[in-house]
Ligand binder design. Structure first.
Ligand code: SAM
Ligand code: SF4
Length: 387
């Protein structure tokens, strides 16, 4: 009972008891007693094992939202720290870092990962901050790879440490790599990331190709007046390298001096590239794909566009995020977060945690507020919410 009381206290403190109650009818398979604080007794548990609906595969009710979206993809931020200072991600003066004791420990992180995988998550992406500066990143990947049901472990990295670490990461089981690179001109790269390191990133890309990653994804945030003149050079990289260059529409975040004019839309990028390569053909995308992908005949690699702003993919969003300080975020553009760390540290059981997660997923909105509203929204900087 002491544990239940502690859980209830945390729920009341964080406002989540009300959330649970309000969202209970909306969260399929969950029932919340109106006034009973004993969460376990008042909730009817429906797990992946017991839920049989009309779909092909059973999927956890906790990870299914009110619009039928199944969240099988979890992004975990390993750290808030970074060895670069990208202008669009991080304010120049840096961000206020969470004290160490308030960050998830490796054991807590793996406990959460195990829970999500048990409920049906089959892909985990490690992000940050810069995930490869976490000292035990190799250990974390090796442990994640032991989770039955987890098919893919991916990492999004700025690649400064990649060439050095990749052999070990690969041995640990790393499946996919996304590398961020916004300019192919060293001086421009150093201007945008406010640090040196262009050649290390290029080495990282080559090492990933050498070790057989295919495609190596290269994320390029396109900003008017900065790198939109390099689009063709990025596309040309796909001629001889098995890379997927993915152009990302610049997104607004607190501190990145969002200016709508800086965003280059998907259509504008596509038109520009088609002038040079009119025969670039669209590839059939999987339902959950966030990128619209293309290939130029006879090129080894491909080109993708992440249209988070001009043509959002909320309808097929299957992602959840856990921040380095243990908050669950159901939408990158929403500011509602729930602290799984506090719930865990209060001694909650897996089932109790699941109900909190289920309630948060149940409150996920149908779509984000649209690009004009997002640019006005208060949100934590990208670096703190784990890209
Ligand atoms: N440090 C790693 C990296 O840079 O790849 C992982 C974290 S970073 C926040 C994840 C991704 O978010 C990167 O590809 C980065 O380019 C992208 N990103 C950051 N701020 C962005 C913004 N304002 N608009 C669009 N993409 C952004
Ligand atoms: Fe660091 Fe990645 Fe943000 Fe750049 S985009 S500052 S590399 S976290």
């Amino acid at each position: 009972m002491a544990v239940y009381r502690r859980v209830s206290e945390v729920l009341v403190r964080t406002g989540w008891l009300n959330v649970l109650r309000r969202s209970s009818s909306a969260t399929r398979g969950l029932k919340v007693g109106e006034s009973n604080p004993n969460i376990t007794a008042s909730l009817k548990i429906t797990t992946k094992e017991t839920l049989k609906d009309d779909s092909i595969l059973p999927f956890s009710a906790f990870l299914t939202d009110n619009f039928g979206r199944r969240h099988n993809y979890l992004r975990i931020s390993l750290t808030e720290k970074c060895n670069l200072r990208c202008q669009y991600c991080m304010p120049e003066e840096g961000v206020k870092l969470t004290p160490r004791g308030q960050l998830l420990s490796t054991t807590e992180l793996l406990t959460l990962a195990r829970l999500f995988v048990r409920e049906g998550v089959d892909k985990i992406r490690l992000t940050g901050g810069e995930p490869l500066i976490r000292p035990d990143v190799v250990h974390i990947i090796a442990e994640l790879k032991k989770l039955e049901g987890l098919k893919t472990v991916a990492v999004t990295t700025n690649a400064i440490n990649l060439a050095r670490l990749l052999p070990k990461l690969k041995e640990a089981g790393l499946d996919l790599i996304n590398i961020s690179l916004d300019s192919l001109v060293p001086a421009k790269f150093e201007f945008i990331v406010r640090r040196k390191g262009f050649h290390k990133v290029m080495e990282g890309i080559d090492k990933a190709i050498e070790l057989g990653y295919n495609p190596v994804k290269i994320n390029c945030v396109v900003m008017r007046g900065f790198n939109e003149d390099e689009l063709l050079d990025f596309v040309a990289l796909t001629e001889n390298k098995p890379v997927e260059v993915r152009f990302i529409e610049y997104m607004p975040f607190d501190g990145n001096k969002w200016n709508f004019k800086k965003m280059v839309s998907y259509q504008e990028m596509l038109d520009g590239i088609r002038q040079r390569w009119p025969n670039m053909e669209k590839l059939e995308g999987a339902h959950m794909d966030t990128a619209k992908t293309f290939r130029i005949p006879n090129f080894k690699g491909q080109v993708g566009f992440i249209t988070s702003m001009s043509d959002h993919f909320c309808g097929s969003c299957n992602r959840l995020r856990i921040t380095a300080d243990g908050n669950l975020k159901v939408c990158l553009f929403g500011n509602s977060e729930v602290s799984l760390r506090d719930i865990m540290r209060s001694g909650a059981s897996d089932e109790e945690l699941l109900h909190i997660i289920g309630a948060a997923v149940g409150r996920k909105k149908k779509q984000h507020a649209g690009m004009f509203s997002i640019s006005q929204m208060k949100n934590r900087p990208m670096i703190l919410i784990g890209g």
